[in-house]
Every structure is written in C-alpha cells, then in structure tokens.
Design a protein around this ligand. Structure first.
Ligand code: NDP
Length: 222
C-alpha cells in the first residue's frame, strides 16, 4: 500500500488516478480548486486538499494542509491547454499567463513545498505531453501549450537533479486521452492511460529519474 498525492484531481486523468489508487488500496490525498469536486472525491474515500496551482496565495497554504503526510508517489496532473492555434497566432498576455502559470509556475511553486512530505525514495510524475518534445515536433499547432510543456520538461529534469536520488522525478506523456482536454476523438480511454502511468511510476529505478516516459513505458526524447 502506498500513500499517493494527486494534484489536479477534479476530473480527467487526475480523477482516474484517484480512483485507481483507491481501488488498489492506496491512501490518497487529492487536490482540487472547487468545493463540488472536493465533495465527490471525499465520497470516493480520498482526503481532499484545496489548491489552485496558479495562485501563489493558494500554494502558500499547501504546507499546513499536508502537515504530517508522507507520500510515496506524487502525480502533478493539473494543466490547461490554452488557445488551439494552428500557426503563429500570438497568444494574448492573459492566455500566456494562465497557461504558463498553471503548467510551469505551478510545479515550480508546488514541488518545493513538498520536500518535507516525500518518503525516502518517493516517485514524482509530472504530466507533460509529447507535444512539448522539441525533437518529435512536426507542426506548430498549439504552440503556447507546446512551449509550456517544453518548459515543464526542463523543470522535471531540474527537480530530479535537485532531489539527487532521495526521490525520483520524471516527465510523463499520458497518451492522447479521451478527457475534456483530449476530446472524444482521442486515441485511448482514461483508464488505459492511468493504468500505464501508475505502472511506469511504480517501476521507476534511480537511473530513470530525470527522463521523459510515455504511459506505455517507452522513453521519449526531449
Ligand atoms: P482535463 O482538462 O480533463 O483536466 C485538467 C485538470 O487540471 C482538472 O482537474 C483541472 O481542475 C486541473 N487544473 C487546471 N488548472 C488548475 C489550477 N490552476 N489549479 C489546480 N488545478 C487545475 O485534462 P487531462 O486530465 O486530460 O490532462 C491532465 C494532464 O495531462 C494535463 O497536464 C495535460 O496537459 C496532460 N496531457 C493530457 C493529454 C490528453 O490527451 N488528455 C495529452 C498530453 C498531456 P478544474 O476542474 O478545477 O479546472
């Protein structure tokens, strides 16, 4: 049995992570930013913590809410896509700030708050996207989201280096998944994606830390 923290658990991949971890007998702490989602997660059996990763005052309240918890696994699933551009349409300042605050500033604020809550050898998975891979890139669609996930990939590597083996950290691509973000035409269902993500995190060894993995375990290039 593990103790698992799921950041961004109200719906989609985060919610399914909570469901599968609880079904496996894990203790789960789930973060949400809405009271309705919190009530539903409590009914499932999760301990619920309030967190908006894009609001610094909310992140500042995380440490006391997690006082005493020690996590074996942490999934950072909170994310936004932003404008669905096809070419070089410039994002507005507001769009830029929202996407970067959620996908990049969020992990840079939240992860340092968790250092006292990591069990020895804890595993951290940051939900990135292969759209953020520079070397796999074949078109510029959604360039703001791509830029944010490329930055998140950099952050994931720095976290792995900073933790220096005391805990492991990887960037994870969940596949193209049928969620609000992925849409109904996506390749795989959320159950398949999450089963894979959980297996990848559980199977991590120190030599895997600081790298980028698909939900099926394939190592992806940056
Ligand atoms: P969804 O859009 O279905 O869910 C996004 C989740 O992020 C929601 O729980 C949402 O909470 C939360 N969230 C958004 N902004 C914030 C915030 N400021 N603070 C706290 N929580 C926030 O997305 P998915 O489940 O599909 O995606 C999860 C992760 O996987 C994302 O990082 C995404 O980029 C990544 N990913 C998804 C793919 C896909 O095909 N679905 C493909 C590649 C990567 P709320 O309900 O409050 O808005």
């Amino acid at each position: 049995m593990s103790t698992v923290l799921v950041i961004g658990a109200s719906r989609g991949i985060g919610l399914e992570l909570v469901r599968q971890c609880l079904a496996a007998g894990d203790k789960v702490v789930a973060t949400v930013r809405g009271e309705a989602a919190g009530a539903a997660l409590r009914q499932l059996g999760a301990h619920v913590v309030s967190l908006d990763v894009a609001q610094l005052h909310s992140v500042a309240g995380l440490a006391w809410q997690l006082d005493g918890w020690q996590f074996d696994q942490v999934f950072y699933a909170a994310g936004v896509f932003g404008p669905r551009t096809q070419g070089m349409q410039p994002p507005s300042e507001e769009e830029f700030k929202n996407v970067m605050a959620t996908n990049v500033l969020g992990p840079m604020q939240v992860l340092p708050q968790l250092l006292d809550n990591l069990a020895p050898g804890a595993r951290i998975g940051l939900l990135s996207s292969r759209m953020g891979s520079m070397s796999l890139r074949q078109n510029p669609a959604g360039w703001l989201y791509r830029a944010s996930k490329a930055a998140l990939n950099s952050v994931s590597r720095d976290i792995a280096l900073a933790l220096d083996g005391q805990a492991l950290c990887v960037a994870l691509h969940p596949g193209w998944v049928r969620t609000d973000m992925g849409g109904s035409e996506a390749d795989i269902d959320v159950q398949t994606s999450v089963a894979g993500l959980r297996q990848v995190l559980a199977g991590l060894r120190p030599q895997h830390s600081g790298h980028f993995y698909n939900y099926d375990g394939e190592r992806l290039p940056w």
